[in-house]
Design a binder for this molecule. Structure first.
Ligand SMILES: O=C(O)CCC(=O)C(=O)O
Ligand SMILES: [Mn+2]
Length: 202
């Protein structure tokens, strides 16, 4: 594996690695175009105070049959692996051979109106100090991070480019939140796919 691996910043209580060229531009566009068709995208919902609300993006939960996941109050049954997702998972195993990812949350942000609110990926089924491997395809978007408890630590913005891999490990989920803000107006970005590979413990 020859990808340059950049520990982004020496953030307190977080372990982050950003690999901008995880996929070549050709691979990235092949995966983007293929996954738009291959993934069973759904208009997801979240349950807030017992009521279902649509989420501002398309989503799919994919993985091994036993990798069930409760996300924002909704029980997600995994859809089966697709050929392209298996190909990407194979590439990931070269970067993190010790982690056997068994699922992936796929998000399709159709344009700058689509977004994801502040959260941590800290569901109990992910275990302690999970490795979350986040692959971006398509448009570049800003990824915001904020420390949960320390107001002397400035929030920050990472720019996630198509073809990149962001690894979040250690106490990143326990101590930090992240979000993908809307980007409206004349420079509204085009579509973007994000894949977060995870290990779910049954
Ligand atoms: O789209 C992104 O970069 C973030 C996605 C994310 O945080 C998630 O799927 O949990
Ligand atoms: Mn997340």
């Amino acid at each position: 594996m020859s990808n340059a691996s950049i520990p982004i910043l020496d953030l307190p209580d977080a372990r982050l690695e950003y690999i901008p060229d995880f996929l070549s531009p050709n691979e990235a566009s092949r995966f983007f175009n293929g996954l738009v068709d291959e993934i069973p995208w759904q208009e997801g919902t979240v349950r807030l105070f017992g009521k279902e609300h649509p989420i501002p993006r398309l989503q799919a939960w994919i993985g091994d049959a036993d990798a069930r996941y409760r996300y924002s109050g909704v029980d997600l049954e995994p859809s089966p692996w697709t050929p392209l997702l298996l190909e990407i998972a194979e590439k990931l195993s070269a970067v993190r051979p010790a982690v056997s990812f068994n699922s992936v949350l796929a998000n399709l942000y159709r344009d700058g109106n689509d977004s994801m609110g502040w959260h941590s990926d800290d569901e109990p089924e992910l275990g302690d100090e999970p490795t979350i491997a986040s692959i971006s395809l398509g448009a570049t978007r800003d990824f915001r991070m904020r420390h949960l408890r320390r107001d002397d630590v400035e929030p920050l913005t990472l720019t996630l480019e198509g073809g990149s891999l962001l690894l979040m490990e250690g106490t990143t989920q326990e101590k930090w939140q992240h979000s993908l803000p809307k980007r409206r107006g004349r420079n509204s970005p085009g579509p973007r796919i994000n894949l977060t590979f995870r290990r779910i413990f049954a």
